[in-house]
Design a protein around this ligand. Structure first.
Ligand SMILES: *[C@@H]1O[C@H](CO)[C@@H](O)[C@H](O)[C@H]1NC(C)=O
Ligand SMILES: *[C@@H]1O[C@H](CO)[C@@H](O)[C@H](O)[C@H]1NC(C)=O
Ligand SMILES: *[C@@H]1O[C@H](CO)[C@@H](O)[C@H](O)[C@H]1NC(C)=O
Ligand SMILES: *[C@@H]1O[C@H](CO)[C@@H](O)[C@H](O)[C@H]1NC(C)=O
Ligand SMILES: *[C@@H]1O[C@H](CO)[C@@H](O)[C@H](O)[C@H]1NC(C)=O
Ligand SMILES: *[C@@H]1O[C@H](CO)[C@@H](O)[C@H](O)[C@H]1NC(C)=O
Length: 390
């Protein structure tokens, strides 16, 4: 099997792992080697425009699997992944992207070391914010959507990166693969988990052993912590996904990565039906009973080593599942049965969330240019997609 495009030298990986920082990328590398899937240190490729900290893409010797370390936060993630997508060193049209990192975890759905595979990612902090000390008394939070007058209303000023939905059938296949992993655990992690027992059944998931779950990821550059903010963003997830999304992991990159992949898909450089979003819990987003949010944030919950280990362990099962099922299933792809793409409907179809397609369902690649401009400013269903003050 040659992944270097015959004599062109262009690399066409079957799987591209997107990591955010070094501890994550090392965990992937370790699991890749331990499982006999290859060594990502074997091949190093300079790609202009990557992070100064991680200027090279790494690949296995046969180039079937590659890894990008994007750098942390939304800006680094968008810049690095865009450099990759536009690089002429790669042919990514058939590549599966496994976007994976550690995360804050919602004790209602998972726990330290738990693994989540998402269908939705939501940019929860893309909102107005009043300091909670200055908010109206009847507001449940200082956050409220652009163009709205208070919390929990659907934003009417849309930037386009608020919500992404990925291929649910692929997500479910990845879930099946990830469940084969023997996940790590440790007694210090178990000690912190046990603190949630006192909260009763609401946080039962927090007290269990790490496992693989299906629920959704919030993106915010702000590393929030505490019950009030976590519950506020839980509600934002529900409202912005029209009641379908369940927030269980908080991360700092995923909407940025997916925005770039949508833009790449419009140009037919990548296939947006081949995207997996995976996160593993390294710390709870809110404290157990009788612990303040501040103590909880500063205290070491000891989840980090377990979360990075399980990222590699569950992740490599997904990589192997794709490689082993390549001829039979993955080369031709898993056809999505749900809507995939962004809130604009950029890739065609009608989003099952938000104000509706901005291109009347055709997608930006197909929409006539003059109509695109018209739709951008007026929107559909009344939403404005240009920035304005309330
Ligand atoms: C694979 O492609 C590379 C890069 O062009 C080339 O050097 C190599 O000979 C090819 N290998 C096979 C087995 O075709
Ligand atoms: C990969 O290389 C880095 C140094 O560049 C090293 O720290 C790491 O242990 C290597 N990992 C594997 C799995 O070979
Ligand atoms: C808060 O109260 C004001 C004034 O009574 C009302 O207009 C507004 O709708 C309320 N907002 C929320 C979020 O309950
Ligand atoms: C801890 O919190 C729970 C529920 O919030 C409460 O019932 C209990 O009395 C508290 N325990 C201590 C030691 O403060
Ligand atoms: C989602 O909810 C908003 C607010 O209720 C509504 O305006 C919009 O039409 C809904 N979108 C879909 C696709 O159901
Ligand atoms: C949108 O699509 C529908 C059905 O395909 C069509 O009837 C309608 O004219 C289109 N509207 C615009 C503004 O293109």
């Amino acid at each position: 099997m040659n992944h270097t495009g015959g004599n062109t030298g262009i690399i066409a990986p079957k799987v591209f792992i997107i990591s955010m920082f070094e501890p994550e990328s090392e965990a992937w590398k370790t699991s890749m080697v331990e499982s006999g899937t290859g060594n990502l240190n074997d091949s190093k490729i300079d790609v202009p425009g990557l992070s100064m900290l991680y200027p090279q893409v790494l690949c296995t010797a046969d180039k079937a699997v590659c890894q990008l370390t994007a750098g942390e936060g939304e800006i680094n993630a968008a810049a690095s992944v865009m450099a990759l997508v536009l690089s002429d060193k790669f042919d990514l049209r058939q590549t599966y992207f496994v976007n994976g990192g550690i995360a804050g975890v919602n004790p209602k759905y998972s726990t330290l070391g738990g693994v989540a595979l998402s269908r939705y990612v939501i940019q929860v902090a893309l909102q107005y914010e009043l300091d909670a000390r200055e908010k109206p008394d009847n507001f449940s939070t200082g956050y409220f959507g652009y163009g709205t007058k208070g919390p929990n209303e659907y934003p009417t000023t849309i930037y386009g990166t608020e919500v992404f939905e990925v291929n649910e059938a692929l997500r479910d296949a990845a879930y099946g693969f990830a469940q084969k992993a023997e996940l790590s655990d440790s007694t210090v992690v178990a000690d912190y988990r046990a603190k949630y027992k006192e909260a009763g059944s609401e946080y039962a998931a927090a007290t269990g052993l790490p496992n693989v779950v299906r629920c959704d990821t919030a993106t915010s550059d702000v590393y929030y912590s505490g019950t009030w903010l976590s519950e506020a963003f839980e509600t934002v997830t529900k409202v912005w996904t029209n009641e379908t999304g369940k927030y269980c992991m908080s991360a700092q990159e995923d909407n940025a990565v997916l925005e770039v992949l949508v833009r790449g898909a419009i140009q037919r450089l990548v296939d947006f039906s081949r995207v997996v979003v995976m996160r593993t819990g390294s710390d709870f987003d809110r404290p157990p009973p009788n612990v303040t949010a501040y103590q909880h944030l500063l205290e070491d919950q000891n989840g980090f080593p377990t979360a990075v280990a399980n990222l590699g362990k569950a992740g490599v099962e997904i990589v192997q599942g794709i490689l082993q099922g390549w001829e039979q299933t993955f080369q031709k792809g898993i056809k999505p049965t749900n809507y995939i793409g962004d809130i604009f409907g950029s890739l065609g179809g009608q989003p099952d969330f938000g104000p509706g397609s901005q291109t009347n369902g055709t997608g930006y690649a197909a929409a006539p240019v003059q109509r695109r401009a018209h739709m951008r400013t007026r929107g559909r269903g009344g939403a404005s997609v240009v920035r304005r003050r309330i």
